[in-house]
Design a protein around this ligand. Structure first.
Ligand code: GCB
Length: 618
């Protein structure tokens, strides 16, 4: 048996190897050196990179033993004074990554090991990789997403930490890397918290882990770390924006070219590393769902070259119309969760994305709501290629702590990371700042500031949110004061499911306080695929289809309605849906089951979009 002293020494060693140096959870202790400066790289999927995807060793750490300093916890009596582990010490350790099980990255942990199915907590990931440094280059560890908090270490050196489960981050790994074999350790913790974004309770599964690609990106010391190139709304022939070069001295040359159109712009960076770009592009073929034309865009600064694939279009609001390239557009859509078809778990593979977008196209959609958090970049890339307009959202969901400044800062950070990642995608037209939030002064203040922040970050797109409605089955009101801060008003309603019967929709009148475009961001009903019965029998496919039919008739009477995204494309796992034999842990409002079986409502929606049953814009 281990003596207490040896056991404690072993804990210390665990901490030495993993924490290097130890510190309290996610807060930098005085002992922990400041993380090297990081950036937020853009278009990383377009850069040559060393992929770190694949098998990683894992260790669950529900007590966070590898994070907390054991000494700090017990040093009140000085007991460990003489047992401080020295770097490189080989004292007994109680972990061994090389003998630990492995899971795939990218991927959630819950669906890869039965023993992790319901696990929420901390988990260590580790793998080795070969590396050869290149002179005058900086190397970044890029993490596509880690749900929910993460800390990164290379060769025992702490690199960076991040909070937020659906957006990318980069850690500068240059100083920690060595030629030859290297080890990378990532600690990921998906413990829910009241002051998280999202907060404690959501209607989706809290899939933990490294759910997106991990890679090493090696860049010249001075490199393009951000850009925004978009079509000017007024002329629709000028491509405008900027390129930012990190580490550039003022006066560093930058060029941007669209070879297919013979366009080239050149400039030099200002003191902040920015170059303003504008190019007259008269022969541009505008991006739209009917013509998802993408151009190769080449950006060069010194030794750095970044090539992206981009479409150009304008999006704006005029009265109650949404104008795409200056023309009114009707948004035929569906809401989509990032749930993997056929196997459950986070949608992470190209096949997952192809299946989900294939169904969206089959429905006849030109639009989708990516609920309730930023999806994998593969999804917005696919939307660009396939011509599917996108509503993109941050997980400010239900009952956030709206009076907590820390929560505002987190939501702002997620908006920043989401916008920076996806502003090169023509498909993304709407930034949604929240879903179904209570009408309180603190909420309205918080989200009004979010809307202003989004406009500051990206004035070229529209700001929206999914609002709650109120009233009874005679009159429903869309008058949430948050509507003032939005360009497009999304509203969710479940007439026929959470209130009334499918036919209740027939007699509802809608009163809307805003002369702005409306999108019904959710409606729907639950149905178990294969369960049949009368159109009035809950959980049958017929009932769900019946709700859809009555909804179209009702929604059609709202003159400002410009789009719809019924809830939801596919059944998805949710811990709050426990009806045995029907839900079994899944929200069953899908048009398809999680196994890809189409329910009757699928063809009802398909038909409605084919016949423009929901349009007023045309
Ligand atoms: C909602 C939420 C969505 C839920 C849905 C439901 O209003 O926005 O996340 O999954 O209702 O099924 O109740």
């Amino acid at each position: 048996m281990l003596s207490l002293t040896r056991l404690r020494a072993s804990f210390a060693a665990v901490c030495l190897a993993l924490c290097a140096p130890a510190g309290p959870l996610f807060a930098q202790s005085a002992a922990e050196p400041a993380a090297p400066p990081s950036t937020l790289l853009v278009a990383v999927d377009q850069r040559p990179a060393q992929s770190l995807d694949g098998d990683w060793h894992i260790m669950a750490d529900p007590y966070l033993a590898g994070l907390y300093s054991f000494h700090n916890a017990f040093n009140s009596n000085g007991y460990f004074k003489d047992e401080q582990p020295q770097p490189g010490s080989k004292v007994l350790v109680e972990y061994d990554f090389s003998k630990s099980p492995t899971i795939k990255v990218p991927g959630d942990w819950n669906t890869q090991k039965e023993w992790l199915r319901l696990y929420e907590g901390g988990l260590w990931y580790e793998r080795h990789f070969g590396f050869q440094p290149v002179a005058n280059h900086r190397v970044f560890l890029h993490i596509g997403a880690a749900n929910y908090r993460a800390r990164a270490y290379i060769n025992g050196h702490f690199l960076c930490e991040h909070e937020g489960g659906f957006t990318p981050f980069d850690c500068d790994a240059t100083a920690a890397l060595k030629p030859g074999d290297n080890s990378v350790v990532l600690f990921v913790d998906d413990t829910r918290s009241a002051d998280g974004v999202p907060t404690l309770k959501t209607d989706w599964y809290n899939y933990g882990g490294l759910t997106r690609d991990v890679s090493l990106v090696s860049l010249p010391n001075s490199f393009i770390d951000d850009f925004d190139l978009h079509l000017d709304r007024a002329t629709r022939t000028m491509i405008e924006g900027y390129v930012h070069v990190e580490g550039a001295a003022a006066g560093t040359p930058v060029t941007v070219a669209l070879p297919e159109l013979g366009l080239r712009a050149a400039g030099t960076t200002d003191a902040a590393g920015r170059v303003a770009i504008s190019m007259q592009a008269k022969k541009l073929s505008l991006w739209s769902p009917e013509n998802p034309k993408l151009y190769r865009v080449e950006m060069v600064s010194g030794e750095d070259r970044l090539t992206d694939s981009m479409g150009f279009r304008t999006i704006e609001v005029q009265g109650s119309e949404i104008l795409l390239n200056g023309r009114p557009v009707a948004l035929h859509g569906v809401s989509v969760h990032a749930e993997a078809p056929y196997r459950t778990g986070r949608a992470v593979t190209d096949e997952d994305i192809a299946t989900l977008t294939g169904w969206v196209k089959e429905l006849g959609c030109n639009y989708m709501r990516l609920a309730h958090y930023p999806h994998d970049q593969r999804m917005t890339r696919a939307a660009d290629r396939l011509g599917i307009l996108v509503w993109s959202e941050v997980p400010v969901y239900w009952a956030e702590e709206f009076d907590n400044p820390a929560v505002f800062a987190k939501s702002q950070q997620q908006l920043h990371e989401e916008i920076r990642r996806d502003r090169d995608k023509a498909s993304v037209i709407l930034w949604s700042i929240a879903n179904e939030t209570p009408d309180t002064a603190a909420r309205t203040d918080f989200l009004t500031r979010s809307a202003a922040y989004v406009r500051e970050q990206d004035p070229t797109r529209l700001v929206t949110a999914a609002l709650l409605v109120h009233g009874d089955l005679t009159t429903k009101f869309i008058d949430d004061p948050l509507g003032k801060a939005l360009d497009v008003i999304g509203f969710n309603e479940y007439i026929g499911w959470y209130e009334g019967t499918p036919a209740s929709a027939d007699s509802v009148t809608w009163k809307v306080s805003y002369n702005k475009p409306l999108i019904v961001s959710e409606f729907g009903a639950g149905a178990k695929a294969g369960l049949h019965g009368s159109p009035d029998q809950r959980w049958t496919e017929e009932y769900e289809a019946n709700v859809y039919r009555h909804q179209f008739a009702m929604l059609n009477k709202i003159p400002q309605l410009r789009g719809s995204t019924p809830w939801v494309l596919m059944d998805f796992r949710s811990p709050v849906r426990q009806l045995p034999g029907i839900q079994d842990g899944f929200n069953r409002k899908g048009l398809l089951s999680d196994q890809g079986q189409k329910k009757e409502a699928f063809s009802v929606l398909q038909q409605a979009y084919k016949t423009n049953a929901l349009d007023h814009a045309e």
